[in-house]
Ligand binder design. Sequence first.
Ligand SMILES: CC(C)(COP(=O)(O)OP(=O)(O)OC[C@H]1O[C@@H](n2cnc3c(N)ncnc32)[C@H](O)[C@@H]1OP(=O)(O)O)[C@@H](O)C(=O)NCCC(=O)NCCS
Length: 379
Amino acid sequence: MTEEKVELHRGLRDVYIDRTTSSFIDGNIGKLLYRGYNIDDLAENASFEETIYLLLYGKLPNRAELDEFDAVLKANRRLPGEIIDIIKLTKNAHPMDVLRTAISALATFDPEVDDNSKEATLRKGVRLTAQAPTIVASHARIREGKDPVTPNESLSHAGNFLYMLSGELPEPEDVRLIDKDFVLHAEHGVNASSFGARVAASTQADLHCAVATGVSVLKGPSHGGAAEEVMKMALDIGNEENAESYVRDMLSRRERVMGFGHRVYKAVDPRANHLRPDAKALGERKGQPKWFSILQTVSEVMEPYARRGICENVDFWSGSIYYLLDIPDDLFISIFTMGRIPGWTSQVVEQFENNILLRPRLQYTGPMDLEYTSIDERE
Ligand SMILES: CC(C)(COP(=O)(O)OP(=O)(O)OC[C@H]1O[C@@H](n2cnc3c(N)ncnc32)[C@H](O)[C@@H]1OP(=O)(O)O)[C@@H](O)C(=O)NCCC(=O)NCCS
């Protein structure tokens, strides 16, 4: 057969599918902006609440706007009792499967589920952002045989998540780490999960469908699952002395070192620069500096790979931070998800505002025009 002559873009590498004002990435110098603001400024100065507002409404809020927005977020944290029942029924599944299922189920309780106007989509995005931590924390407790903790309106988004997880008021330094982690994960161009969310939106499916798609796509180890894999690797390495030979063995087997490499960044991911000192300081504060030392050694062994554009990404340090905050490793991707819902929402709004069905092509390479034979005549 003569193959069709087509220009293939496998993996859509470097293919621009649309325009956006949500975020800008320059992968060659490791630069990331949300709505024009540098991630370095946001990570050091902005709360997650301010960042959500920035992504959803396109500007940083003033004090009155932030207070009003924060009150709406807080008022939407609680889950219908039926969602808690669904979490109980699915409690033995992976937290991302429970989160995806609960988000799907929340669609049936959202009065605006079918309204794809910008205003309703933003309101739904706020609700889902507010509800996701309650789903994740409730599941984490239910599977341990504990009761879910009622959200605490005196705490920030990040603080309330840690509170709902442990049932105890969190340390302010721990809250700041999770808050920053949410800020760093909030938006990132048309990565695989945002692409998934956009594909759903491009069919004019609603925000709950798009976010459920985003959660599904994010689960994979090549995307959101890497932080969990990095910490598993660190635990497997066990101590600093083993780290160099462990990584060299991995590389000689041509295995990928999780937390390294990125489709867009060919320099260090700027988000990793913020988490590295935090991981070090947290390890010292918790009296467990060895995890940082192990990862630091892994990073040193990987240094020659930087020439090929394989550098630390955001997931390299985040896993050790979650681990030191006593967060179970299968919850790590859910934390990424909680941070990313505003980014998915912002991109779904963009997709709706200037919609075009996302429908690429595949080059067919199978046989042609085979003769159909009836079942009794087949060998
Ligand atoms: C993220 C990722 C999927 C991007 O991959 P990509 O852009 O498709 O790059 P490719 O898979 O084409 O890899 C290009 C080359 O770099 C190598 N490479 C990429 N990431 C690597 C890693 N983490 N460790 C070792 N080698 C790596 C590949 O083996 C390949 O080498 P080759 O050309 O000799 O075959 C990939 O870097 C990866 O699997 N990283 C680990 C998972 C991870 O941390 N994900 C979180 C991303 S935020």
